[in-house]
Design a protein around this ligand. Structure first.
Ligand SMILES: *Cc1c(COP(=O)(O)O)cnc(C)c1O
Length: 217
């Protein structure tokens, strides 16, 4: 089914939108099924699990970290991670910069905007994001590059609420993009809301269960 699910989704999303196949809890075998269908971008939310899969699987896979990043574990993914989505502090950027330097890389990151009202979700406010991007402290980091924004909508069936959150995320993205040439990724949309997210300007969707089936934790 993975193959069919992937074909269906790729058929539905515009060519400018990147699909990150979220493979957390899924086996190397299941990931390979998507890989053989041409999928190269995969996302995980735990560094240790991503490392194990990185070691097992073909090296042309681009791994995205979509979970909350713990500072002390950044060094384990710094040699290979393609993009880190969930940055919610300048401190994390500074550590990623240090690890990027050790590996002679510029590591791509997204700042996580907290749009949802749920206290469980991590993220920065509009103001904090603008401040980080403009700050000299950030401008001086040479081994990390903020490429855009990541956001997760509230856990609700109310489409109006979700649309409002996506629209305001896109507004902030477009605003910063005007003055920042590095800014070109808007990561929003998951299995249940990716179509709406794309309509609201997303150019990177993170889809797990719709490709791989529901997860057993
Ligand atoms: C698990 C996860 C997804 C994918 O969720 P699905 O509903 O299975 O598509 C997307 N983004 C993040 C940050 C996740 O942790």
């Amino acid at each position: 089914m993975i193959k069919e699910n992937l074909i269906k989704i790729l058929d539905e999303i515009p060519s400018n939108v990147k699909l990150i196949a979220i493979s957390k809890t899924k086996s190397a075998k299941e990931i390979l099924e998507a890989y053989y269908q041409g999928q190269r971008l995969f996302g995980e939310n735990k560094i240790q699990e991503m490392n194990e899969k990185y070691n097992l699987l073909p090296k042309d896979i681009k791994w995205h970290m979509v979970g909350h990043v713990q500072s002390n574990k950044i060094k384990y993914m710094a040699p290979y991670v393609d993009m880190i989505h969930g940055i919610d502090s300048f401190k994390s950027l500074a550590i990623i910069n240090k690890e990027g330097g050790k590996n002679n890389r510029i590591i791509k990151c997204l700042l996580q905007l907290k749009i949802s009202r749920e206290s469980t979700k991590f993220g920065l406010t509009f103001k904090q994001i603008e401040e980080i991007i403009k700050s000299d402290e950030y401008q001086n980091l040479t081994h990390v590059k903020v490429c855009g924004i990541m956001a997760m909508a509230s856990f609700t069936n109310n489409i109006k609420v979700i649309k409002n959150e996506f629209d305001s995320t896109n507004d902030l993205f477009e605003k910063i993009k005007k003055t920042n040439t590095d800014f070109n990724v808007l990561s929003m949309g998951m299995s249940n809301d990716y179509k709406l997210a794309i309509n609201c300007g997303s150019n990177m969707v993170r889809i797990g269960s719709l490709i791989f089936g529901s997860r057993n934790y």
